[in-house]
Design a protein around this ligand. Structure first.
Ligand code: XMP
Length: 318
């Protein structure tokens, strides 16, 4: 019968057979799936693995450095971290259409990844953290997990780069991946992280993306997530995040009139992201988050809560 330990043992054997004496490249997104896949690969083939972690400029606050720290200090993975945020943000300039944002981020990711790989020699395989639901949903573009595949049309990446594909998790469901991750000593907090979309904060800024809007959203989102964790609510919701609305509202601060951004708080319960209910978070909690965001993030003067379920709404606003 299936145990995480037996899966780890048999998968390490299988990876060794598949990879032969080749070299494997693996994209890390900061998410659970790619991290578990990379850790398994590292156990199997050691330094014949290289992981690439790209900063696309629309990650959460401190995400690029925090996750790098976990990868290199705790998990000891061989990681090449590429900060391409300027390139991504320049290309996103003036773009409001969500599908265009996705396309720009997907294409730029391929380019940056491809460049990072071609600086090194002799790769034979590309590894991805594809899960079973991704395999069966591979036609659906708005898939529930953050794999290279769900970046717009990145499916062609291994062919383009002339690499063989390794997908060590393709028979697993999310809960099994978390168990395998625990068997690999990946920290529990990390394994319980909410899904995060490939296009990142760009699709949570409902207008054109600027550095200043990214910064505001990062600050507000960090407060929301911090409060969810400190109220022990983080694990009770499937996904939670802040959305920066393309609306400014009038407020008062002292005797001054303000005219600043409105943000929406989103939190949902779900099993697989295909359907979702808005989470009935306690009013006291929402009040605390709202107060903190308005007081601490200059540029935001109003907070609303999203009470829409999926369908007919989607989880993300774009
Ligand atoms: P929706 O908004 O379609 O989201 O209800 C369902 C799940 O998918 C995530 N999502 C994406 N993930 N690339 C991704 O990697 C995308 O373009 C994308 N769009 C949505 C969303 O965060 C949720 O978990």
């Amino acid at each position: 019968y299936w145990t995480p330990e037996s899966f780890v043992d048999s998968t390490i054997k299988r990876i060794r057979e598949q990879a032969g004496d080749g070299k494997v490249i693996c994209g890390l997104s900061g998410g659970v799936d790619s991290t578990v896949a990379a850790t398994l690969l590292h156990r199997a083939i050691g330094d014949r693995l290289l992981c690439v972690f790209v900063n696309n400029g629309v990650l959460r606050k401190n995400e690029f450095s925090d996750v790098q720290h976990l990868y290199t200090e705790k998990l000891k993975l061989p990681v090449k971290a590429v900060d391409a945020s300027d390139l991504f943000l320049d290309r996103l300039k003036g773009v409001s259409d969500p599908e265009k944002k996705r396309k720009i981020i997907g294409n730029t990711f391929i380019e940056v990844f491809d460049n990072a790989v071609s600086e090194e020699n002799g790769f034979t395989h590309l590894a991805q953290g594809t899960l079973y639901p991704d395999v069966i949903e591979s036609v659906s573009f708005r898939g529930p997990s953050v794999t290279i595949k769900s970046h717009h049309n990145v499916g062609g990446l291994p062919e383009k780069m002339n690499l063989k594909l390794l997908e060590p998790l393709r028979e697993l469901f999310k809960d099994e991946v978390r168990k395998v991750g625990a068997a690999l000593d990946i920290p529990f907090d990390f394994l319980g992280r909410h899904p995060f979309p490939g296009p990142g904060l760009s699709i949570r800024i409902l207008s054109d993306v600027t550095r200043e809007k990214v910064r505001l959203l990062q600050e507000a989102d960090a407060i929301y997530i911090e409060e969810l964790r400190s109220h022990n609510l983080y694990d009770s919701v499937w996904q939670a995040f802040v959305v920066l609305l393309p609306v400014q509202s009038v407020g008062v601060m002292g005797d001054e009139r303000t005219y600043e951004f409105v943000v929406g708080l989103r939190a949902v319960t779900s099993v697989d992201g295909m359907t979702a209910d808005w989470a009935h978070l306690p009013y006291d909690f929402l009040a605390k988050v709202s107060n903190r965001i308005i007081n601490e993030v200059k540029g935001i003067n109003r907070v609303v809560y999203d009470i829409s379920s999926k369908p007919p709404a989607t989880i993300e606003w774009e």
